[in-house]
Design a protein around this ligand. Structure first.
Ligand SMILES: Nc1nc2c(ncn2[C@@H]2O[C@H](COP(=O)(O)OP(=O)(O)OP(=O)(O)O)[C@@H](O)[C@H]2O)c(=O)[nH]1
Length: 347
């Protein structure tokens, strides 16, 4: 019981999802005496659900996060794990099988209402006793409640998007990913692809055009509805690996993972056009302006945001309803590059 209490204290002491994942699999691994425990993400892309490990621990090893190094590979199709697929589609609390090597695999989906985007997977050489299932069931409940609480503190209450507070952390993760690709370049490996083909991470700042007029003409309730609908268009326009934030007011920030300049432009333009084509109830037509920039680990976050803001400012002062790329504006001499981290002078 001491061990259970120790794990509960550990799990509830974290303030971020990564550490919570690590502590839940450490707890389950020890208490179920399992040979392997994993946290799986369930990601739905264009109606098809994929399963991808997020954190993993094996007997005698330390728990670790599982990095998804290939953003184009969403994971294993859920349909290839038939018992789990059945369990999810019937909203059940668990599924178990005897696997190919005679081990016992137990899946415990983490339900948040009628949605499930996380599942625990426990593999054991022997069948699970009712005591073990009872203890694991308790841990899963604490894990679910705590995930709910973390989600609540990380999300903007109007749109459900990630809030400003979580941005620094997510940007740091993307910068770390961009360091890896940069280190290949500085080690002197010949660059085979042209800079236009090179995959990079991107940051885009999106701002609703003349939003004050929307509020003034139609009132704040309709203004709020416009923000919610734009948030929906943002989440449906970008991929599940990308991150969308509401920065406050009518400003949103998107972090796009590994894509070429060509694709980044295409995705951002598609979003801008889908807003312009949308019929907003009562309000009618609304447009957005976007400033975007590639993310480099060599730049400070304030610098990256400053550059995207400069490109946004350019779009705002050149007709709005357009997406501008910072580097192109600099190359064309339309914007001056900022050499210091202090971008305040531009605004
Ligand atoms: N309805 C609603 N309005 C908000 C919210 N947050 C900020 N606003 C309003 O958003 C408006 C932003 O106006 P401005 O910064 O002047 O910009 P704009 O009118 O969009 O003009 P441009 O950005 O130059 O195209 C202000 O009227 C704010 O009151 C919110 O949560 N809901």
């Amino acid at each position: 019981m001491d061990s259970l209490l120790k794990h509960m204290v550990d799990m509830t002491g974290h303030r971020d999802h990564t550490m919570l994942d690590i502590s839940v699999i450490s707890a389950v691994q020890e208490l179920a005496n399992a040979s392997q425990t994993r946290v799986l993400s369930l990601v739905t892309i264009r109606g098809k659900t994929f399963v991808r490990p997020r954190a993993s621990i094996r007997a005698g090893e330390v728990a670790h996060m599982v990095e998804n190094n290939d953003p184009h590979q969403p994971g294993e199709p859920l349909t290839s794990l038939a018992p789990l697929a059945h369990c999810i589609s019937h909203h059940e609390s668990s599924a178990d099988i005897v696997n190919d090597v005679g081990g016992h695999t137990l899946w415990l989906p983490i339900w948040m209402g009628d949605k499930c985007d996380t599942c625990l997977e426990i593999i054991n050489p022997t069948p699970y006793t009712s005591d073990t299932i009872h203890v694991i069931g308790g841990i899963v409940s604490v894990y679910r409640n705590f995930q709910n609480l973390l989600d609540y503190s990380e999300r903007d209450s109007l749109t459900g998007l990630l809030n400003r507070k979580t941005f620094d952390d997510q940007l740091a993760k993307m910068l770390a990913a961009s360091t890896d690709s940069h280190s290949v370049a500085v080690l002197g490996e010949p660059e085979r692809r042209s800079p236009r083909d090179q995959e990079k991470q991107w940051l885009a700042v999106v701002d609703v055009d003349h939003f004050k007029l929307v509020n003034d003409r139609f009132g704040h309730l309709y203004g709020d509805e416009v923000l919610i609908l734009i948030a929906n268009l943002l989440t449906s326009s970008f991929r599940s690996q990308d991150r969308v934030f509401r920065f406050g007011g009518e400003e949103f920030v998107v972090l796009l993972r590994s894509t070429t300049l060509e694709n980044a432009k295409k995705i951002i333009e598609r979003f801008r056009m889908s807003v312009a084509a949308h019929d907003f109830p009562q309000v009618g037509k609304v447009t957005v302006s976007v400033g975007f920039v590639s993310i480099s680990a060599l730049d400070a976050p304030v610098m990256i945001l400053g550059h995207a803001d400069q490109a946004l400012y350019y779009a705002k002062s050149h007709g709005r309803n357009m997406a501008c790329h910072y580097d192109e504006l600099v190359q064309e001499g339309l914007l001056q590059a900022v050499a210091s981290n202090d971008t305040a002078e531009f605004f």
